[in-house]
Write a protein that binds this ligand. Structure first.
Ligand SMILES: C[S@@+](CC[C@H](N)C(=O)[O-])C[C@H]1O[C@@H](n2cnc3c(N)ncnc32)[C@H](O)[C@@H]1O
Length: 165
């Protein structure tokens, strides 16, 4: 499959998964976290399908389309390795949806450079929160969950944050 085809399928899967997640968290209070603002496409989609929901965005290097700029008080600029734990000190495990889109598209590199990320995500996610990711996350507190119909296996990943005993 060409990289163009692969990219298109990834975006289709993203939209399906985000729409599904928005419906899944309706009726449950809590924060939404967008990890990796990039161009702002998925952030823009999230704020459209989750009006009124607090969406906090994490990014180390701004390259966002100006139309998708989050408000200052919802944008955590800096390396997530530091900004996520800082956010946790202020908010605790208050997220009901975490969308992890921090990958580079080179899985071997991401596995090494983002090895710390699943633990940081688990530390911010409320019990049974939904965690979505473009690459697999491995952590004992993240339980793999089924994806909505139409998302090919391995294209996107979903997890539930394990309930603390
Ligand atoms: C694939 S892009 C995000 C795409 C975005 N969700 C969109 O729809 O346009 C990944 C982003 O994650 C950011 N990122 C990767 N590692 C990071 C880290 N450790 N701290 C903060 N941002 C990071 C990169 O700077 C990049 O902008």
């Amino acid at each position: 499959m060409s990289r163009l085809d692969s990219f298109i399928r990834r975006l289709e899967a993203q939209r399906l998964v985000l729409n599904w997640a928005a419906a899944a968290i309706s009726g449950r209070d809590g924060l939404v976290l967008e990890l990796g603002l990039g161009n702002g496409r998925t952030y823009d989609h999230l704020r459209e399908i989750l009006p009124g929901r607090a969406i906090h965005v994490f990014e180390r290097k701004l390259s966002v389309n100006p139309r998708s700029m989050p408000p200052d008080d919802r944008l955590m600029l800096g390396d997530m390795r530091e900004t996520l734990p800082e956010f946790g000190l202020r908010h605790g495990r208050a997220a009901v949806l975490v969308h992890v889109d921090a990958t580079t598209g080179v899985p071997e590199r991401d596995r090494v450079e983002l090895a710390w990320l699943p633990g940081h995500v688990a530390a911010l996610a409320a019990d049974e929160a939904l965690v979505l990711a473009g690459a697999g996350l491995e952590h004992p507190r993240l339980r793999p969950a089924a994806l909505p119909e139409g998302v090919p296996a391995g294209r996107y990943f979903a997890y539930r944050r394990v309930t603390e005993g």
